[in-house]
Design a protein around this ligand. Structure first.
Ligand code: ZN
Length: 622
């Protein structure tokens, strides 16, 4: 991905508050998506676009909301054809932008037929039994007016017998054809569909809550839909707790669209009235299901308030061709990443112990586990996203030295510290909840965007608890100190320590790792995922991309390595590893005698326990 040259477009002056009710200025474009071949990984798009004779520019969505970068899957667009009055109209791609197409509409043509195929990128959004449709994949749109003023009338044909969930208002549905009510382009792109052979909708509206909330599940098997009664109750609690935290909602109804498959990419994408979340097929029927739901769905849900409703001004663009500027992602993503786990714990999806272990794991990963912070400030991890998302070209390995999207995890620590400062400076009179109610509150006008700048964010914090927030935030954002900012944990009455006891977290964060002992993250087969620059293994010549094949004269297993690390603690002998580099075999000796080390949170009895106060349930629906 290349970052676009920053452009000063006249659109920048457009009104930065817009709503679902904005007048639709353009004639309606009809969009017909044939998804009957989705099992073969093919979607067919047919648009009928009202046009006038003369030059016409059409765009394929490039800067995708929630992805914060120019990631539109243009390489998947094939079979592109335009016709008017039954005659082919030639097209040319823009020489400077592959997302832009130029046509010359002949005299007498008032409707343009635009057809193309979208080839599902490998392992992304479809399996033999299900699909997720993000509309930006299947739409071309004219250069003007802006997205809120373009009207689309969408239709989809699903494979026979498939069921579906979506926040899109439906005009009528018959058989496998669904016609949606006319909607603006921005809301269409904001309203995905999940569909599949195995589908289940679960009402998770808390008692007394006037707005409908629904958990829509599609899975690769019937059994994978079997969410436990506990998880259903905790998801209902999550909705109730969000009401207590924000005191307002900014949607007509809300759909958690959850796809359970081992054949789709696993991530979440936020929308105003839904989220598109994707977990492994057995996520709901395996131990740690609450951890998985709380870790992903709570985060994406919070985005409805923080990211979709309140959005940094320079991440708010009038259409998908205009570049976004990502310097406030520590607000957009960072605050969301703090509030999501907090709500997961308040709702019971996470236990207090799991929340403590989570905080310990991110504090450790950002301190001793992140030498890259000594050269790259937190702010740069956000600003560089359009060109360096996921570590940039050749992004695998060296992650702890390069740094990646640390504005998520470090945002957790930053905003926890903000929460404790609000508590301290207001002498216990105000909390992060007061900030959320003031910053994210207001009338429910449906999906709406209210932008903010750094200065406006500082002013909002000041209105809750007067403090030099600008200096505090700049200090955290510009720091190149090696230590993680653990002030929030310490203000909250806890400390990060290391012991030989592995983390109790399930899933990725609890995966056994030797990163805090010998400084190595190894895959199951011994491949070096990362080696801490300056750490014991690095000093012994082991770096990312090599492969450990032997430990103490035996074929590598992780258990043998753990044994060797423990054994070296009471010995003067080094740890001996056999390592493959390209196709050369070397012996590395690591002089490390500190034993296994895993991060944990322990109470500091000298201070009140404010962290556990912050994660106590507020809503009485347990
Ligand atoms: Zn997010």
């Amino acid at each position: 991905m290349q970052r676009c040259r920053k452009r000063s477009l006249p659109f920048l002056a457009f009104t930065l508050v817009f709503t679902a009710s904005a007048a639709l200025a353009a004639e309606t474009i009809s969009l017909n998506v044939d998804a009957t071949k989705t099992q073969e990984k093919l979607l067919r798009s047919h648009e009928v676009i009202p046009v006038k004779p003369g030059p016409l520019t059409l765009y394929y969505p490039k800067w995708i909301p929630g992805e914060h970068g120019p990631n539109g899957p243009i390489g998947s667009v094939t079979g592109l054809k335009f016709e008017g009055n039954g005659k082919v109209i030639p097209w040319q791609r823009d020489l400077l932008d592959v997302f832009t197409f130029h046509l010359d509409i002949p005299e007498g043509v008032t409707q343009l037929d635009a057809k193309f195929d979208f080839i599902e990128p490998d392992g992304n959004s479809a399996s033999d039994k299900l699909m997720v449709l993000e509309w930006n994949d299947v739409v071309l749109y004219p250069a003007d007016p802006i997205a809120t003023q373009q009207s689309f009338e969408a239709k989809i044909t699903l494979p026979e017998g498939w069921k579906y969930g979506t926040p899109l208002p439906i005009e009528h549905a018959s058989g496998n054809e669904i016609k949606f009510k006319p909607i603006s382009l921005d809301l269409l792109v904001d309203s995905p569909i999940i569909a599949g052979e195995f589908y289940r909708a679960i009402d998770i509206t808390p008692p007394g809550e006037p707005i409908h909330h629904e958990l829509d599940l599609v899975a690769d098997s019937e059994i994978a839909l079997n969410i436990s009664a506990d998880n259903q109750r905790e998801m209902t609690n999550l909705v109730a707790e969000s009401g207590k935290l924000f005191g307002a909602r900014h949607y007509r109804d809300y759909h958690f669209l959850l796809t359970l498959s081992d054949h789709v990419a696993h991530f979440g994408l936020e929308h105003h009235e839904s989220n598109d979340s994707r977990l492994p097929e057995r996520a709901l029927i395996s131990p740690g299901s609450g951890m998985s739901l709380g870790g992903l769905l709570a985060h994406e849900f919070v985005h409805s308030w923080n990211g979709k409703f309140r959005r940094p001004a320079d991440l708010t663009v009038p259409y998908y061709e205009q570049p976004m500027e990502d310097d406030l992602l520590w607000g957009y993503e960072g605050l969301t990443d703090y509030l999501g786990p907090m709500l997961a714990a308040r709702s019971g999806l996470w236990s207090p112990e799991e929340y403590h272990e989570y905080l310990a794991s991110i504090a450790a990963s950002l301190g001793p586990g992140r030498p890259g912070r000594t050269w790259r400030p937190l702010l740069d991890t956000a600003s560089a996203v359009p060109g360096l998302s996921g570590g940039g070209p050749g992004g695998r390995g060296w992650f702890t030295w390069k740094r990646g999207t640390d504005y998520y995890d470090e945002g957790d620590l930053l905003w926890l510290e903000v929460a404790t400062i609000i508590h301290r400076e207001s002498k216990g009179q105000k909390s992060i909840d007061d900030f959320c109610q003031s910053f994210h509150g207001g009338a429910n006008n449906g999906p709406e965007v209210k932008t903010y700048t750094f200065d406006e964010l500082v002013a909002s914090l000041n209105a809750i608890a007067p403090f030099d927030w600008a200096t505090f935030l700049h200090t955290r954002l510009d720091s190149t100190a090696p230590e993680a900012p653990t002030g929030g944990i310490e203000n909250g009455g806890w400390k990060v320590t290391f012991s030989g006891e592995p983390s109790k977290l399930g899933g990725r964060r609890g995966t056994p790792s030797d990163i805090y002992s010998i400084g190595l993250q190894l895959g199951a087969d011994g491949t070096v995922g990362d080696s801490i620059v300056g750490g014991p293994a690095f000093e012994a010549g082991i770096t990312s991309g090599m492969k450990v094949i032997g430990v103490s004269g035996r074929v590598y297993t992780h258990e043998l390595l753990e044994d060797a690390i423990k054994g070296a603690k009471d010995s003067k002998l080094p740890i001996s590893l056999i390592v493959v580099n390209d196709d050369f075999i070397n012996t590395s000796t690591i002089n490390y005698h500190g034993g296994s080390r895993y991060p944990h949170l322990v109470r500091d009895d000298a201070k009140p326990d404010y962290i556990d106060d912050l994660i106590k349930a507020r809503a009485a629906s347990k």
